[in-house]
Design a protein around this ligand. Structure first.
Ligand SMILES: Nc1nc2c(ncn2[C@@H]2O[C@H](COP(=O)(O)OP(=O)(O)OP(=O)(O)O)[C@@H](O)[C@H]2O)c(=O)[nH]1
Ligand SMILES: *[C@@H]1O[C@H](CO)[C@@H](O)[C@H](O)[C@H]1NC(C)=O
Ligand SMILES: [Mg+2]
Length: 252
């Protein structure tokens, strides 16, 4: 009996998991080295196999040149470059990046330091705990929080979340956030089912995940405002979000 249990535990603990991180960048020249260094450290400290896939959309600030330097420093097996010729948006950046993901798990996160790599082990622990298909970081439950945003920005995010939760009811406390860990096959299936582009993309993925009966776990994260660079959230983004949300509501 004991032997059988030991063998089982041993096999489970030595399954060679690999984590691919999809890092879309647009004008993140200053943030990219810091986030990359911290990610490498988080994975190495925890003895995890990983790769970081940088999807840069021809950033005018020279982010791609910085990414090439990082590739030299950390190695081509650790830093994979998947640049595109123009700013084609976030949704398609993920689709583009996942084509080169060799891990059985995929992290999606922002490159501007709003999503701190120190949470990586917690996502992984949570995933194992419930064998979840998706683990989503939440700012709005379980003790998660937001720092560095003014009241206007906080309200915008809360209202966006409230609207999405009311219209779509997918039972995820932070729908507009995007720091998540996926089983790669589950992510591929969600992406195939998702039609939206831009800001609504991440939200629709959670709706599709529920429809496909994937198990979703949540971990609290503290979200901090971007370290370097200007926020891109303006009236156009808000109108685009509302239109996208409404289209999604009519579609489900
Ligand atoms: N490849 C690619 N990356 C993008 C694009 N738009 C944004 N990003 C990146 O996607 C991540 C999230 O975008 P952010 O601009 O931080 O969006 P946000 O957090 O809602 O807004 P701010 O941080 O306030 O600007 C960051 O790493 C960006 O550099 C794009 O069109 N293409
Ligand atoms: C990414 O994948 C595509 C399609 O499979 C392949 O053509 C390309 O060479 C890969 N690029 C890198 C950088 O691995
Ligand atoms: Mg940001």
């Amino acid at each position: 009996m004991t032997t059988a249990i030991n063998i089982g535990t041993h096999m489970a603990s030595t399954t060679p998991h690999k984590y691919s991180v999809l890092l879309p960048t647009y004008n993140e020249r200053e943030n990219l080295p810091i986030i990359t260094w911290m990610l490498v450290k988080a994975f190495k400290d925890n003895e995890l196999d990983f790769e970081i896939i940088i999807i840069d959309d021809a950033s005018p600030d020279g982010t791609l040149e910085v990414a090439k330097q990082l590739q030299k420093a950390f190695g081509e097996d650790k830093i994979v470059l998947r640049p595109r010729a123009g700013k084609l948006g976030l949704g398609t950046a993920y689709v583009h990046g996942i084509q080169n993901a060799t891990g059985d798990f995929v992290f999606i996160m922002d490159a501007d330091m709003s999503h701190h790599p120190k949470f990586i082990p917690e996502f992984i622990r949570k995933q194992k705990e419930g064998n979840y298909d998706v683990v989503t970081g939440t700012r709005y439950a379980l003790g998660g929080s937001v720092h560095g945003w003014d009241l206007r920005r906080k309200l915008t995010s809360r209202v966006a979340n409230f609207l999405a939760d009311t219209l779509l009811t997918p039972g995820v406390s932070d729908l507009t956030g995007s720091f998540r860990l996926y089983k790669k096959d589950a992510l591929a299936a969600m992406i195939r089912a998702t039609k939206s582009k831009g800001y609504v993309f991440q939200m629709e993925m959670m709706v599709r995940a529920r429809q496909m009966n994937f198990n979703i776990g949540e971990v609290p994260i503290t979200f901090v405002d971007r370290v370097f660079g200007e926020s891109k959230l303006g009236p156009d983004e808000i109108v685009g979000y509302l239109k996208g949300l409404w289209a999604l509501f009519l579609d489900i």
